[in-house]
Design a protein around this ligand. Structure first.
Ligand code: FAD
Length: 302
């Protein structure tokens, strides 16, 4: 099933998982997936190793998701990829029944000036995929507080528009704790002619150091409410996690009001914490409603 078709009928709830490192067992992730299915996600995306790592495992996971009767989105980056290689990977995806990809440039490895492959940016990858595999539904990344390397948000949105023009059908956003910035972003991209659905990426706040590292390394701001939690619970991981879960549940409630077409939870493969946070937020699954952008879409399944 294509993500765009799902988004036409409802606001979505979806999860991101990542493959285990080389040599690590797959079973813990497969078990996490089984637990996450109980929350009735509309789709599950699986990340892709940008520098050539774990690529096969990404496909293995998407295959497992299909086998289990769920909809996968495979992330894909063009770092180091030639047209020939990308053609092969896409052929492999289609042959196992993958219908959705998140088309990315990928983070440039340290010291690299470019991707080292045939495409410099995600929009070029999009144009290629659209020509080669028009049947695939293609999503792209969006950055509510701008991509770290972009000179300005305006410039970044211009490139987002180019991704739409070259075939992107939906957007999943980077971490953004600042809800006002997220709402302003939606307004600005719509004014710039970006009309495709925007699924809000939400990073649960579970670990103090990880939260700080992930937020700052992506150039995102830390609102006062989150700064207080970080400041208050230094050296007390259990207290931090409790406060972080409550904060994330409040954020999920607030995201419902922004006009996002769906919520995409970066699970970090942690099914117990995610289940608890979604229960606290009163969200297990969204009922189907007519408009994909209505705040009413986000009512808990009673
Ligand atoms: P681009 O769209 O190419 O943008 C990168 C930068 O170049 C931006 O500053 C943009 O403004 C600029 N730009 C874009 N187009 C042009 C152009 N035509 N000319 C000049 N400048 C341009 N990384 C992984 O390695 N694996 C993953 O699985 C993964 N999943 C992700 C999922 C989500 C939802 C998000 C938000 C990010 C993910 N990333 C992943 C990280 C992503 O690869 C990085 O953020 C990367 O640095 C940019 O990728 P992009 O597709 O946005 O690139």
């Amino acid at each position: 099933m294509k993500i765009t078709d799902i988004l036409k009928s409802k606001a979505t709830l979806s999860f991101e998982v990542f493959p285990p490192k080389e040599g690590q067992p797959m079973e813990p992730l497969l078990e996490a997936l089984r637990q996450l299915y109980r929350l009735r996600p509309d789709f599950i995306s699986c990340t892709y190793g940008a520098g050539g790592t774990n690529k096969g495992r990404n496909m293995e996971i998407c295959e497992a998701i299909i086998r289990d009767g769920h909809v996968p989105v495979s992330h894909f980056t063009c770092i180091g990829g030639t047209k020939e290689e990308i053609r092969d990977v896409m052929g492999g995806y289609v042959s196992i029944g993958i219908e959705n990809v998140l088309a990315l440039r990928g983070d440039l490895p340290a010291g690299w000036a470019g991707t080292g492959g045939d495409f410099a940016h995600a929009d070029e990858l999009l144009a290629f995929l659209e020509r080669e595999r028009p049947e695939l539904c293609k999503g792209v990344a969006g950055y509510p507080e701008k991509h770290l390397q972009a000179a300005s948000l305006e410039e970044d949105i211009g490139h987002l528009k180019s991704k739409q023009d070259k075939g992107a059908a939906f957007i999943t956003t980077q971490i953004c704790h600042d809800l006002e910035a997220f709402s302003r972003y939606l307004e600005r991209i719509r004014r710039a002619g970006v009309t495709i659905p925007v699924v809000a990426g939400i990073m649960p706040v579970l670990y103090r150091e990880g939260t700080i590292r992930m937020t700052l390394s992506n150039g995102c701001s830390i609102p006062r409410e989150l700064a207080e939690i970080i400041g208050r619970h230094d050296g007390r991981p259990e207290d931090f996690k409790k406060a972080g879960k409550e904060y994330t549940a409040r954020q999920i409630q607030r995201f419902k009001e922004t006009g996002a077409a769906g919520l995409h939870i970066y699970t970090m493969n942690k099914h117990e914490d995610i289940t608890e946070v979604l229960a606290m937020a009163g969200v297990y699954a969204y009922p189907s409603l007519n408009s994909a952008n209505s705040a009413q879409n986000y009512q808990a399944d009673a």
